[in-house]
Design a binder for this molecule. Structure first.
Ligand code: ME8
Length: 649
């Protein structure tokens, strides 16, 4: 199979922002996913460099349009590697071959009789670079730019778009996946239920010179949309590139809903006039909003990808974008949302699974993947992996990235539970159960291998690191080829793990949440002062009311580390559900990696105390077990199906 995926070519009247980054990450992810499944792929992005908007922006900056577009186009081009986005082609509409293709197509459509000269009066929106119909206006304004369009009367060239209206309707009805999600298909069909006007495709040089000259009239340049849409053909090698037919029949465009009409109406009617087959699919997503308003350069509320990468790291941003937005719907951007995804999904769930599993291998099997011995009946992870891969494939194929990721996180969650349930740290103490220990460790490591494979398109950098840690080459088919290696059990026993840094350093929310914390600390203090009154109990008996005041909660251990200069203490960060630090005297009985992900019981409303200079905000409950004259502590744990934070009544 072949895949040819494109993003819009972005206007160079402003620098790239998160909206552009999102579409481009989506296309890159889909491209990588298709490559993973064995497709021959081509991924194109680029810049749209002609038209009023660009001419105006250049004038504002006091430079020639060419100098201006070179500078901004280079900014777009250099942003993509920062996001680990790897297009095969970066097209510019000022490229010579593109200009030649546009002129050849104009001539062909003109010769066919589908372009004519006429006088036109219409409402022109400079923001959209097109005439708007009365029906499209809201309160007399363009809904996207909130500006009143100018009434312009001009002699111009027109494309007979209306001739292809019925063919387009028929095509959409016969191909339900042509425009997805369905809401956008319905929007287009509703628009097509009214007669289409023809499309003005020229601008007089008296008004605008920054455009591609019409081949049949030097007094006009080409309307920027007619020029821009053709980039998708130029990039596939039209008309006589060797691979043109293959790529074109596989063309899938990704856009946001702002440019639905040019892509779902202008573009297919142009293609029909050229006598070419229509593109395969149009994937339409919603907007990233900031405080309910579309992120946009004209509003000025933009978020720069480079700043986000600097603060959170590239893969956290890629993951956040794909997980947070349901493709097709709008999503809200906030740094709290990124921090929460990063700390919870990436550092706690994925990062901890990786570090615990690899740490246990290093400790228990000298860093070597053990062989599966008689594992026939332990299929919890292998069975789930099969279902997860199914769901992942299905959802990735239809751009439901958030669903694909939810499925992958089911596997991560299950694997974390599997550690807690199987307690490898207990198995290792029983020589008779070494085969069981090896089975558990193999299943966990194989899960990590499959996660590396599945997450490759979403977080390529992290997966390169994960592969390295698993002792596999970054391009090993075991982590880069879903067609043959999605099956369970491909990781070979004997593979030696390599040491790598933590996958996702946690974001320190302390500073950000200082004021919130101070407030809750005050409350805690008040509570614990009240609790002091509990101490007046008689002969160890407390009343029910007094017991009720002890706040017991289920907490998930998310980090654990030794306390310097103490053999006894471990510093734990727990989630219950808010995060807190608890210093516990259990270092003699548990090593830090054994604890990660464990669900324990804590006393949540104890007055904070300082232990070895660290403030401990609560106490972990443990049973004191007396054996052979010695005592040891065993943490009281709860079943993995209880959510962290649940109150123990
Ligand atoms: O329209 N949320 O270029 P453009 C999500 N040159 N995506 C957003 C977004 C937001 N808030 N803001 C922008 C043009 N985008 C034309 C395209 S194609 C032949 C010509 C993304 O620079 C989204 O992909 O205005 C949207 O469709 C595109 O940027 C518009 O980019």
């Amino acid at each position: 199979m072949t895949t040819y995926i494109t993003t819009p070519i972005y206007y160079v009247n402003a620098q790239p922002h998160l909206g552009h980054a999102y579409t481009t990450i989506v296309a890159d992810t889909y491209n990588r996913f298709r490559r993973l499944t064995g497709d021959t792929v081509r991924f194109q992005t680029g810049t749209d460099e002609h038209g009023d908007k660009i001419a105006e922006a250049a004038e504002k900056e006091g430079c020639s349009p060419k100098e201006y577009v070179d500078r901004i186009s280079a900014m777009f081009r250099s942003t993509w590697p920062l996001l680990d986005v790897e297009p095969d082609n970066f097209i510019r509409t000022t490229d010579k071959d593109h200009v030649a293709t546009v002129q050849a197509i104009l001539q062909q459509v003109y010769d066919k009789g589908d372009i004519y000269f006429d006088k036109y009066t219409g409402l022109y929106c400079t923001g959209c670079e097109r005439f708007l119909t009365e029906k499209e206006l809201e309160d007399g304004k363009c809904p996207d730019h909130q500006t009143v369009p100018d009434e312009i009367t001009e002699e111009n060239y027109f494309f007979r778009m209306s001739c292809y209206q019925q063919d387009l309707i028929d095509h959409i009805n016969a191909n339900p996946d042509f425009i997805t999600p369905e809401r956008y298909k319905n929007e287009v069909l509703s628009f097509l239920s009214e007669p289409l006007e023809d499309l003005c495709i020229s601008r007089p040089t008296s008004r605008l010179t920054w455009g591609i000259p019409l081949p049949f009239d030097e007094n006009f340049v080409t309307y920027v949309w007619f020029d821009a849409l053709i980039n998708y053909l130029t990039g596939a090698g039209y008309p006589d590139g060797k691979e043109f037919d293959d790529y074109w029949s596989a063309a899938e465009h990704v856009i946001a809903k702002d440019i639905l009409k040019p892509h779902a109406i202008y573009w297919p009617t142009m293609i029909l006039s050229m006598g070419l087959p229509l593109y395969k699919k149009l994937h339409v997503h919603g907007y990233w909003n900031v405080d309910e308003t579309k992120m946009s350069k004209s509003i000025g509320n933009v978020i720069r990808p480079a700043e986000l990468i600097e603060e959170y790291g590239v893969d956290s941003i890629r993951y956040f974008c794909l997980r947070e937005m349901s493709f097709g719907l709008d999503a809200s951007f906030s740094s709290d949302a990124i921090v929460s995804r990063k700390n919870s999904d990436l550092a706690n769930d994925l990062g901890n699974l990786y570090s615990r599993t690899t740490a246990m291998l290093v400790k228990y099997t000298d860093g070597v993947v053990p062989a599966l011995v008689g594992a026939g009946d332990d299929t919890v992870l292998s069975d789930l992996a099969g279902t997860v891969i199914e769901k992942y494939r299905k959802n990735m194929s239809v751009f439901q990235f958030h669903r694909a990721l939810q499925a992958v996180w089911e596997l991560i969650g299950q694997a974390n539970k599997y550690i807690v349930t199987n307690e490898p740290w207990a198995l290792v103490k029983e020589p008779a159960r070494v085969a069981r220990l090896h089975t558990v460790l193999y299943n966990l490591t194989e899960t990590l291998r499959l996660l590396t494979l599945l997450l490759q398109p979403i977080m390529p950098g992290t997966c390169r690191k994960m592969a390295e840690g698993l002792g596999l080459a970054q391009d090993s088919p075991l982590v880069t080829d879903l067609s043959g290696n999605g099956a369970w059990g491909m990781l070979e026993a004997g593979t030696r793990l390599q040491k790598i840094d933590a996958l996702f350093p946690r974001v320190d929310t302390k500073k950000k949440k200082k004021s919130v914390k101070q407030e809750s600390k005050k409350k805690k203090k008040e509570k614990s002062c009240k609790n002091k009154q509990l101490s007046g109990n008689v002969e160890g008996v407390i009343s029910f009311d007094q017991f009720q005041k002890v706040e017991l909660r289920v907490a998930e251990i998310v980090t654990a580390e030794p306390v310097k200069k103490s053999d006894r203490l471990l510093k734990l960060t727990v989630r219950a559900p808010e995060e807190r630090v608890i210093v516990a005297g259990i270092a003699e009985y548990y090593s830090p990696e054994d604890l990660l992900g464990m669900l324990v019981l804590i006393v949540a409303n104890l007055q904070p105390v300082k232990l070895m200079g660290i403030e401990s905000q609560g106490m972990v409950l443990a049973a004191k077990v007396e054996e052979d004259g010695k005592s040891r502590l065993v943490l009281s744990t709860v079943s993995a199906s209880v959510p962290p934070g649940a109150r123990v009544a």
